[in-house]
Design a protein around this ligand. Structure first.
Ligand SMILES: [Ca+2]
Ligand SMILES: [Ca+2]
Ligand SMILES: [Ca+2]
Length: 395
């Protein structure tokens, strides 16, 4: 048992980085470290939650246990700098609006369910508003936040929203908005700010509009899965905005992405788009050939055709942390060099009879044994191309 846990300790980080895109603080919010170095405190009441997240400057890792309803503390909180707010398990939920004290920075949200009833704050899930910077929102599930799930406005900057799921259960329409970036055409002091990255998010049933809607910002939208038929529009690039839209999968979406001009005298938004997959979409799609900003960080694009599978597995408060290697190739090619050979055999030997090695336990029965060895032997010395040639012989 000891041996097993030691091995898993070694293997888990390795598997982590074999996933199609490693997680971590990336995108424009990459500098957020949240409450790193601070005390970790588990809370289960709105009063304790409010007190910790509103403490000035002191770093805290605030661990949310169960469902916390902010109704008893006024429906919302004003988070201050240097906080990580994370769920203790997939059921951890905040009911109410997560707002900020003006000028705060460096906040991480992870593994939370977030919903905001009408009458709590403005009806936002997370309201990044008034000079807020360096925010990472990852592995959260937003549902039924009527005004906006994540609104980013008023000179805020450097935000990443990754691996989150968004959905609405009520009648769709005006109260099913996902993300407003830039609050009005007159907010010209947003220009030069509002750098936001959205990647590997799942815009699911009921998402109706603002997915996202952008004024003035520089917004990178890649590898997201849109599955929200019946929507009004997807990405809207408005006054002076620049949107870089890469390798997303749009399934049954109306107006996937386009430039919206409100006043004929304004400087219109821009769109650069490539590698996107659009299936059964309707309405407007911009040609996406504008010159826009270049992201100031490194990122890896997944193929748009892989996006629905990856994102449905990985996004949201209960999303998996890494993907079995065989989702994207042969079972047994643990090192992903597209061939099952001696390099993989030593890895397989290390996995033998271990429980819970999700990367090697193909039938998910909790042990790597003869079942998987038979698959491994079948693929021995083969490549993906050879297997596919046997499976789908040319006419
Ligand atoms: Ca709002
Ligand atoms: Ca290999
Ligand atoms: Ca097994």
């Amino acid at each position: 048992m000891k041996r097993a846990s030691c091995l898993l300790g070694l293997v888990a980080p390795l598997l982590f980085c074999l996933s199609p895109s490693c997680f971590g603080g990336d995108g424009f919010g990459m500098h957020a470290t949240g409450g790193e170095g601070g005390v970790a405190v588990t809370v289960d009441s709105a009063a304790d939650f409010k007190e910790l997240v509103e403490t000035a400057d002191v770093p805290y890792v605030v661990q949310v246990c169960g469902a916390i309803d902010l109704g008893s503390v006024g429906g919302k909180v004003g988070i201050r700098s240097n906080k990580t707010i994370r769920g203790t398990d997939a059921n951890s939920t905040i009911i109410g609006q997560l707002g900020f004290k003006k000028g705060s920075s460096n906040v991480i949200f992870e593994r939370l369910n977030i919903t905001c009833p009408d009458g709590y704050g403005e009806g936002d899930g997370i309201s990044v508003k008034e000079d807020i910077s360096d925010v990472l929102i990852t592995k959260c599930t937003f549902y039924d936040c009527p005004d906006g799930c994540v609104d980013i406005t008023r000179r805020s900057d450097r935000v990443t929203v990754s691996w989150c799921r968004f959905y609405f259960t009520g009648a769709s329409g005006d109260k099913s908005r996902v993300s407003l970036i830039g609050s009005s055409d007159g907010a010209t002091d947003d220009l030069g700010r509002l750098h936001v990255t959205f990647h590997h998010n799942w815009f699911d049933t009921g998402c109706w509009q603002r997915i996202p809607s952008v004024r003035f910002g520089r917004v990178h939208i890649y590898n997201n899965y849109y599955s929200c038929p019946g929507n009004l529009y997807g990405v809207r690039s408005r006054i002076q905005a620049e949107c870089l839209i890469e390798n997303n999968y749009f399934g049954g979406v109306h107006d996937p992405y386009y430039i919206y001009i409100h006043d004929p005298g304004e400087i219109p938004g821009k769109i650069r788009a490539s590698g996107n997959e659009r299936v059964s979409c309707t309405g407007r799609v911009d040609d996406g050939d504008d010159d826009v900003f270049a992201p100031s960080y490194r990122y890896t694009l997944d193929d748009a055709l892989d996006v629905p599978e990856i994102v449905q597995l990985g996004a949201g408060a209960g999303g998996v942390d890494f993907f079995p290697h065989w989702l994207f190739g042969l079972y047994g090619d643990f090192d992903r060099n597209d061939r099952v050979d001696a390099g993989d055999l030593s890895r397989y030997v290390d996995f033998w009879l271990l429980p819970d090695v999700a990367d090697a336990d193909y039938n998910e029965d909790g042990i790597v044994n003869g079942y998987e060895f038979a698959l491994f032997a079948d693929n021995w010395l083969q490549t993906t191309a050879e297997i596919n040639a046997q499976r789908f012989p040319a006419d």
